[in-house]
Design a protein around this ligand. Structure first.
Ligand SMILES: Cc1cc2nc3c(=O)[nH]c(=O)nc-3n(C[C@H](O)[C@H](O)[C@H](O)COP(=O)(O)OP(=O)(O)OC[C@H]3O[C@@H](n4cnc5c(N)ncnc54)[C@H](O)[C@@H]3O)c2cc1C
Length: 346
């Protein structure tokens, strides 16, 4: 790959792109670049120096940040005001929103798509544009800025993000129950989802050995949080959700989406052994020992309407998965062609 251009001012991004630098790979913190398709010869647009909180409005529960700002720096600043960005994910804010690694961590919980109020951005040919707004009550029209979420740097470069925040809940407790059989684990997931103050992170995981554990972040009033933990016999645990799974030395990893109604069926279709984790918003990852077992799992996903893809394993197998919806594939292609007709963003 060619040298990195690392602008120090937002305006430099559009100026540099207008000079037609050839193929360009957008880089935030760079933590996941190795998982993206090869882009040999592309110049790197490194956004790490565009790092600042430009505006923090605790009264409106909104802020504006530059894309290279690290999530942990924003979290530290927000904590001082009793606020938080209610979604999981790390790295730079630009990278986190462009890759949307885990989606909602529980049914109805915050996620990058819902938290992005607007952005300033630059098209591949250097044309700057603004979309959405910096306030919660927005204007009519297409939410063009939401195209950033999941675009992984292939549609446009976000140079400024307007984000929705929330007040930190009065009580927060990370809890867990482990060494469960699958039926007990599914019952516990259901009980947690039915709590009057449902957790904002809910996760089910299976260890290599086959035992299940359920983990959650309980939030709300201290009395209710403590009562729920006692009633469901939950133990305190370290903060943190179990996705992503650590990459296994051998075999493959399938990543997909399964709604709670499909969870029992999915668990029944998993390889007999190997790690598995599911988040309450639907994302899951499952390790598989060999291609035959993976293909069996993908066949179940296809038959049951759960989109899934191989994300780790031999290069020849990565990216295979359940069939894409032809209409969606056509739209995605159309968007790329409209926003980046020369295929500059790699
Ligand atoms: C392929 C892939 C797989 C991932 N898998 C997981 C996972 O399993 N679990 C997990 O927790 N997290 C995952 N993540 C997210 C990752 O852990 C980070 O949270 C996230 O990538 C931000 O880190 P970063 O700043 O290093 O971003 P980078 O790795 O530098 O960039 C991430 C993506 O965002 C694009 N991008 C960065 N900044 C901008 C911008 N300003 N405008 C437009 N596009 C931009 C890049 O081109 C790249 O595609 C994944 C990310 C990617 C790209």
């Amino acid at each position: 790959m060619n040298a990195t251009f690392a602008p120090e001012r937002v305006e430099e991004v559009a100026h540099w792109l207008r000079q037609r630098p050839g193929r360009v790979r957008v880089v935030g913190g760079g933590s996941r670049q190795h998982e993206l398709p090869d882009c040999d010869g592309a110049a790197r647009l490194g956004l790490g120096r565009l790092s600042a909180i430009e505006r923090l409005d605790p009264g409106d529960l909104t802020c504006t940040v530059l894309p290279g700002l690290e999530r942990r720096e924003l979290d530290a600043a927000l904590a001082g005001h009793g606020l938080e960005l209610p979604c999981l994910g790390e790295g730079t804010l630009g990278g986190l929103f462009a890759s949307d690694p885990v989606g909602p961590a529980a049914h109805g919980a915050g996620n990058p798509r819902g938290l992005l109020l607007g952005c300033d951005a630059v098209l591949a040919d250097g044309t700057p544009f603004k979309a959405g707004a910096r306030v919660v009550k927005s204007v009519a029209g297409f939410d063009v800025h939401k195209l950033l979420v999941g675009s992984r740097g292939t549609l446009f470069v976000a140079t400024r993000l307007h984000l929705r925040l929330q007040a930190r809940p009065r009580a927060v407790r990370w809890v867990e129950r482990d060494e469960l059989a699958i039926d007990e684990a599914l019952r516990l997931c259901r009980a947690l989802r039915e709590l009057p103050a449902a957790p904002d992170v809910l996760a089910l995981r299976r260890s290599d050995g086959g035992a299940y554990a359920v983990c959650a972040r309980l939030v709300g009033r201290t009395r209710l949080v403590d009562a729920a933990a006692t009633q469901l016999a939950l133990q305190d645990r370290e903060p943190g959700a179990p996705l992503p799974l650590p990459s296994p030395a051998t075999g493959e990893v399938v990543r997909g989406l399964a709604l709670p109604s499909a969870l029992a069926g999915l668990c029944g279709a998993l390889p007999a052994r190997g790690a598995f984790a599911w988040l309450g918003g639907g994302r899951f990852e499952a390790c598989s020992p060999d291609p035959t077992t993976t293909d069996r799992l993908l066949a179940w996903c296809t038959a049951n309407g759960c989109p899934a893809t191989i994300v780790a394993g031999p290069a020849s197998r990565r990216g295979r998965g359940t069939p894409l919806d032809p209409g969606e594939a056509r739209l995605a292609h159309g968007l790329r062609t409209a926003l980046d007709p020369d295929g500059i963003l790699a």
